[in-house]
Design a protein around this ligand. Structure first.
Ligand code: IPE
Ligand code: IPE
Ligand code: MG
Length: 257
């Protein structure tokens, strides 16, 4: 580890985390978060699951602000998976309602900060009001220059890969692509994250150690951090600690250092 890290080395020896943030070159360019544990958070308080989701939105607001303050380039958050349609009808409705509220209450601040919103997932499969809200948010923030905020909604990783494969097969059938011309970059350009860097840091809260179909291609070499905290309790300070955990990792990409 470099001399830049004398601050970190001293902290490590004392068994504590350094103050502040890791140096900029040690920060991830792309963070992906599985915001999990809203239901358990509510249950612990004898509240309905929807109250957990509402509290989760508060936590999300802080983490987006922190990402913007700290110059994280890309933040991908898992908000609703294709599998989540299988939850009880009242929970799905509450989540869809919350989504509408989210866009109407947050869009001004996000736009002011220069955040660029992209939806990862099947937007056409959302109910009309939600579809309109997310399409408006994407259109309104398209030319912004700040944080790239990817909101995974009606998202499934395998579906994303299948869509990419279908599109490439179509191009091949039209004679526009030969098998030997298919590269990783060309494949990645068919994904919802086209043009964005791979995920460097994958965070999941709530103690579950699985990816649940989130960004399988983009996280192939991501550093994984699993956190016991339930999502509504996840704070800017917890995020800062996870950024240090990442900064202290030795990424080798299969090579020898
Ligand atoms: C994550 O929290 C939020 C969504 C999936 C929308 P959960 O609702 O999965 O919370 P737990 O896992 O039941 O605690
Ligand atoms: C993943 O969490 C999806 C989101 C956070 C939106 P889940 O709670 O749905 O995943 P599983 O069921 O634990 O795999
Ligand atoms: Mg869950």
């Amino acid at each position: 580890m470099s001399a830049l890290f004398s601050r970190d080395r001293a902290a490590k020896e004392q068994g504590r985390l350094p103050d502040g943030l890791p140096p900029a070159e040690r920060l991830p360019k792309h963070v992906a978060i599985v915001m999990d544990g809203n239901g358990r958070w509510a249950k612990k308080r004898h509240l309905p699951r929807s109250a957990g989701h509402r509290a989760g939105v508060e936590a999300l607001r802080d983490i987006i602000r922190a990402s913007d303050d700290w110059g994280i380039g890309h933040l991908s958050i898992y908000a609703f998976s294709t599998e989540n349609w299988g939850r009880p009808q009242d929970e799905v409705s509450a989540l869809m309602q919350l989504l509408l509220q989210y866009f109407s209450s947050e869009i001004d601040e996000l736009d002011e900060k220069g955040v660029r919103i992209r939806i990862l997932g099947d937007v056409d499969g959302l109910p009309a009001p939600q579809r309109e809200a997310v399409q408006n948010a994407m259109a309104r923030t398209r030319d912004n220059r700040g944080l790239h905020l990817n909101i995974a909604l009606n998202y499934g990783g395998r579906a994303e890969l299948l869509n990419a494969a279908r599109s490439l097969m179509r191009q091949a059938a039209e004679g526009a692509l030969r098998p030997e011309e298919l590269t990783a970059d060309r494949f990645a350009a068919e994904l919802y994250t086209a043009g964005q860097p791979d995920v460097d840091l994958f965070i999941r809260t709530s103690g579950e150690i699985r990816t649940s179909n989130f960004l399988p291609w983009q996280t192939a070499y991501a550093e994984m951090v699993f956190n016991e905290t339930l999502w509504p309790d996840y704070t800017r300070e917890a995020y800062r600690q996870d950024l240090w955990t990442y900064a202290r990792r030795d990424r080798r990409f299969g090579k020898v250092k």
